[in-house]
Design a protein around this ligand. Sequence first.
Ligand code: ZN
Length: 146
Amino acid sequence: MIRYALICDDGHAFEAWFSSSADYDAQVERGLVECPHCGSIQISKQIMAPAVRTARKVEARQAASVNGAADFETLARKVKAHIRSNYDYVGSDFAKEAKAIHEGDKPERLIYGETTPEERDQLKADEVPVAPLPEPFAPTPPKKAN
Ligand SMILES: [Zn+2]
């Protein structure tokens, strides 16, 4: 069993168990995973990224709230595009990679990916600075090759 930190298109965070990553994909595709808060079936995994970018993101959000919703959408798209082209997607290896980079075992680089809640707690315990990317700034993970 694997537990995922999930988020709906309305930004509600929740957790759910799946027998495997493939089981998660299949259930979400068939609309079987529902947000417990609003019933939305537009569900994705919470995407994590190094917290160093968080301040910039909050700034962006504040700037956007001043300029109105249309600009906010443009900005969200830009942030997503920025992450997609500048960050390496590491998928479920996120916790391992973030820790290795934090501890200097691997060269510093920008990554994003998913964690289980357990991995997220462990990163916090290890004082690895990561933070969830809230919708609408979390990019859709790149499609797998197969
Ligand atoms: Zn919801």
